[in-house]
Design a protein around this ligand. Structure first.
Ligand code: BEZ
Length: 212
């Protein structure tokens, strides 16, 4: 069954390059991103895993743990990780699930038979500290993901979970935000001490509230 926003992320135990992972325990009290790869020793995945390894400090800063998945066994992962280091100049610094039995792929509906019977698509799940799914993205095998965009969404998810704001088109950390319609003007007057600009009754712009 499809995993939808707001669902509890399915829990699992599966082998990984860092040993067995009990997913919910491994997440702990922070955030997590789980992302799948069609197969080991594939070129696009190799570039993605190298890029994520380089971005790991950015995920750490946001208290987000990173975990990848590929439907191949652990010995293949270990061999492949040498190639990733050699070709991408970055060592795998997060666990990669060895999902040869497809336990996790099936749980998260990562195999789309009309796209490919055996390979997983490029799925991304962001999970919050409450273990609920906050974001899902699905890319085809032929298109590598943009992990800078995923960091941008995480910034928005974390901001909007703490403040009654939404983030507008192409928003980046530091840009102005939108006060959510459920907040009355009277409430906004006290909740947003930096003030806001009322462009329309439903479009109220305020500086990003968690910045000095
Ligand atoms: C890749 O990761 O390069 C890839 C995997 C499956 C199909 C196409 C490309």
């Amino acid at each position: 069954m499809a995993v939808r926003l707001g669902d509890i992320a399915p829990d699992f135990t599966q082998d990984s390059t860092d040993g067995p992972i009990h997913f919910h325990d491994w997440i702990g009290n922070g955030w997590a991103i789980l992302f799948s790869h069609p197969k080991d020793f594939t070129p696009v995945c190799t570039t993605e895993l190298g890029a994520v390894a380089k971005l790991k400090p950015e995920f750490d800063k946001r208290n987000v743990k990173v975990i990848g998945l590929s439907v191949d066994p652990l010995p293949d992962h270990r061999e492949w990780s040498k190639d990733i280091e050699e070709t991408q100049g970055a060592k795998l610094n997060f666990p990669l699930l060895a999902d040869a039995d497809r336990r996790v792929s099936n749980l998260y509906d990562m195999i789309h038979p009309n796209a490919n019977d055996t390979l997983t698509v490029r799925s991304v799940y962001v999970v919050g500290p409450d273990k609920k799914v906050k974001l899902t993205i699905t890319y085809p095998a032929s298109t590598g993901r943009n992990f800078e965009e995923i960091l941008r969404v995480i910034d928005s998810l974390q901001l909007t979970s703490d403040y009654k704001v939404a983030t507008p088109v192409n928003w980046q950390h530091g840009d102005d935000c939108i006060i959510v319609p459920a907040v009355s003007d009277a409430e906004a007057d006290t909740a947003f001490p930096k003030g806001y600009r009322k462009v329309k009754p439903y479009l109220r712009i305020t500086p990003q509230p968690n910045l000095p």
